[in-house]
Ligand binder design. Structure first.
Ligand code: NVA
Length: 367
């Protein structure tokens, strides 16, 4: 009998084993092209870098530990990564960065598809070595599960040729950013394949991938060739002036139901596959907050960055009362989880986790 450790085909089947990130040693990295394009122009993070304040690291760890215990209390196995030293500069033959990013969030780096966990190329220089935080776990799964496929996408060069220089201007303004998003002109060029794992959503046979700052068209083509048994769909959300990572924009809750950020609606011409198959795309509830917490990269829409435990149960951040109310109306059992003080470390409940095992097999939801 084989010992299956890794198996997860979608975002909603019953979760049995998950990785939860750690805030240890997280840094605000120094300026670099892809990252600067993403930091909001009015953000308190512009111009500063270095290790995050220790009291914020301790608080985020307290919340992540409590979340891990909540999951364990429901019978879910939780693994934690081993933080590398992110204060170390990273140098390759092509670039240098004076510090790295952190051990959060795992969803950006690891893409689980069936019995495979794929390390993404990543698109920020400061995150190039981030996979090392997860290697002890992946090596263990590889030892224990003879069917586990541990894969790594080709490491990118990340030279200046990967980034459009017009995004390196400090004051671009939302109107120009939205125009560029509409034209699909993003900070990353098509120099080489680039993708972050958090731009991918898994729907059984179908993978839905956001084309934006962190994933380019060659990255999506790479995924298409790497997963030949899947259909890979490119999506855009033109209402988003900082399009990175799909999981505060488009959130499947169960077969047939997706939440969509009302400021970043999926364009009509990209809705056909859902409509033809009777899926409902519902506007997400408004966030409870007007602004993100201090030193945070993400928008207030982390409200919809939820972790689905099974098609009837969802973890929602505890202060997001509008989102909790909406989930309840949609027939989900809601588990409130206190995580807002950890948002600054790279995201919400979906971001700070990575699937290892969900029950179920690869199904075709869009025949
Ligand atoms: N683009 C996202 C990142 C979410 C994880 C945002 O709204 O900030």
């Amino acid at each position: 009998m084989t010992n299956t450790i890794v198996n997860s085909w979608n975002e909603w089947d019953p979760l049995r084993h998950v990785i939860v990130g750690r805030a240890d040693d997280c840094h605000i990295p120094p300026a670099e092209p892809a990252l600067d394009a993403k930091v909001p122009e009015d953000s308190d993070m512009r111009g500063q870098w270095g290790k995050r304040p220790q009291d914020t690291i301790d608080r985020a760890n307290e919340l992540l530990d409590t979340f891990a215990r909540q999951l364990e209390a429901r019978g879910i196995r939780v693994d934690r990564p081993t933080s590398i030293d992110h204060s170390k500069p990273a140098t390759t033959p092509d670039f240098h960065t004076d510090s790295q990013f952190g051990c959060m969030p795992p969803r950006d780096v690891l893409l689980t598809v069936g019995s495979e966990i794929l390390e993404a190329t990543m698109s920020y220089r400061c995150r190039w070595f981030e996979y090392l935080n997860y290697r002890p776990l992946l090596q263990k799964y590889w030892e224990e599960d003879p069917n586990f496929r541990h894969e790594a996408a080709p490491k990118p060069r990340l030279t200046d040729a990967d980034y459009h220089p017009d995004y390196l201007n400090e004051k671009i303004g939302d109107a120009q950013r939205l125009k560029w998003a509409e034209e699909k002109h993003f900070v990353t060029t098509e120099e080489e394949p680039l993708f972050d794992a958090a731009d991918v959503l898994r729907f059984g046979r179908d993978l839905v991938v956001q084309h934006g700052f962190t994933t380019n068209l060659k990255g999506i083509e790479w995924l298409r060739r790497h997963f030949p048994d899947h259909r890979v769909h490119t999506v855009n959300f033109p209402g988003d002036p900082y399009p990175i990572h799909i999981d505060a924009t488009f959130t499947p809750l169960r077969p047939g139901l997706i939440l969509n950020n009302p400021q970043r609606r999926l364009p009509a011409d990209q809705r056909a596959m859902y409509e033809k198959n009777g899926w409902e795309i519902v506007d997400a509830a408004q966030p409870a907050h007007n602004a993100p917490p201090p030193l945070c990269y993400s928008s207030t829409w982390l409200s919809m960055n939820v972790l689905v435990l099974d098609p009837k149960t969802v973890c929602v951040e505890a202060s997001e009362h509008y989102q909790m109310e909406q989930m309840d109306k949609l027939g989900m059992n809601v588990i409130p989880v206190d995580l807002r003080d950890a948002y600054a470390f790279g995201g919400g409940l979906h971001c700070c986790t990575a699937d290892v095992y969900r029950e179920g097999t690869c199904e075709d939801y869009f025949p």
